[in-house]
Design a protein around this ligand. Structure first.
Ligand SMILES: Cc1cc2nc3c(=O)[nH]c(=O)nc-3n(C[C@H](O)[C@H](O)[C@H](O)COP(=O)(O)O)c2cc1C
Length: 309
């Protein structure tokens, strides 16, 4: 499975993790999986829709989107599930708020990754204990996902259909072999879609996946980081957690907090079909579709079609 998902049995393991509230530590990169970007044959040039979506997001007061996955009912029938998530931009670029940047500077080797790579892949963060990651895992290889924005300031609806891959990070020393295999598959898949930025700088040897994920964790406020130490989402409130490290309302300043980081995931959406419905002019609404073509050329490329709305 390409998702870095925790095995059900490892919940017990989670309960046994001893939790130390020590001063923030600087961690070295633990699992640098080679990026192999130069050897990839699939990397598409910058997507034609990317800058349009980015400009619409810039105008929007909030970046929440609806995330749809597929679940299965007791009869084994596919059923849709949808929920709101906060879009965190295109992987791996993320502009941190000043406090998050300070935390990265103080706690991460070299102050984080050099700004070398960009992609057309959208991101959100989540808790591995939530349903959506189980649903993606149950969907098998190349798990399907659709993300949808209604960006009213641009009168634009965006639908991004693709595959989703979850990234974890430290404390990788605590991963099971299955989790480690899942993580490596996610990294290998996503690496094929990273491009060198034209104005990128820095030493590629200093770029690691752990640092990339830690940056997304740093982008959360201490109380939001603490939500990854809260009782299991979706469980009845009458069921109190046994692990004393688990509880509501905790503030996490350590970017490598082992309990929170065990649950924290960045979900990266590899887009395959993108659709824009532009309602700026209701008398002549516009609808565009971009499809990623994989077959007819050595490298991926986007095919653009204008549709009747
Ligand atoms: C404005 C808003 C933003 C949210 N952002 C996220 C998010 O970024 N990630 C996330 O996992 N859940 C987020 N949620 C909560 C989800 O909508 C959902 O309740 C939760 O993820 C559990 O869903 P699941 O059990 O289907 O996985 C957000 C909810 C709201 C209302």
């Amino acid at each position: 499975m390409p998702l870095a998902l925790v095995a059900k049995g490892s919940l017990n393991q989670l309960r046994t993790i001893s939790c130390k509230f020590t001063a923030p530590r600087i961690y070295p990169a633990i699992h640098p999986v080679p990026l192999s970007i130069s050897t990839t044959s699939r990397m598409a040039p910058r997507a034609p829709w990317r800058d349009i979506l980015a400009s619409h997001l810039e105008k929007a007061p909030a970046h929440d989107f609806s995330i749809a996955t597929v679940d299965y009912d007791a009869q084994g029938r596919a059923v849709p599930r949808v929920r709101t998530c906060g879009c965190r931009g295109f992987f791996p670029e993320l502009e941190l708020h000043p406090k998050g940047q300070q935390d990265i500077d103080e706690q991460v080797e070299d102050g984080g990754n050099p700004p070398l790579y960009e992609s057309d892949m959208l991101t959100f963060t989540t808790d591995i204990r939530m349903e959506k990651l189980w649903q993606l895992k149950k969907s098998g290889f190349d798990p399907p996902i659709e993300a949808m924005f209604w960006l009213k300031d641009s009168m634009a609806q965006w639908r991004v259909k693709g595959r989703a891959y979850a990234l974890g990070g430290p404390p990788s020393a605590l991963w099971s072999p299955q989790e480690e295999a899942d993580e490596e598959l996610s990294r290998r898949e996503l690496a094929q879609n990273l491009r060198r930025k034209t104005n990128g700088s820095g030493d590629p040897a200093k770029w690691t996946w752990d640092k990339a994920v830690t940056k997304y964790f740093a982008n959360h406020s201490p109380i939001m980081r603490g939500s990854f130490r809260s009782p299991r989402p979706g469980q009845p409130r009458s069921e109190a957690p046994e692990n004393p490290a688990i509880g509501m309302g905790q503030k996490v300043t350590d970017l490598h907090d082992p309990v929170a980081r065990k649950n924290f995931r960045v979900v990266v959406i590899e887009p395959e079909e993108v659709e824009l419905l532009d309602l700026t002019n209701l008398e002549d609404a516009k609808r565009w579709k971009w499809t990623l073509a994989r077959e007819d050329r050595p490298e991926n490329h986007w095919v653009q079609t204008e549709l009747w709305p």
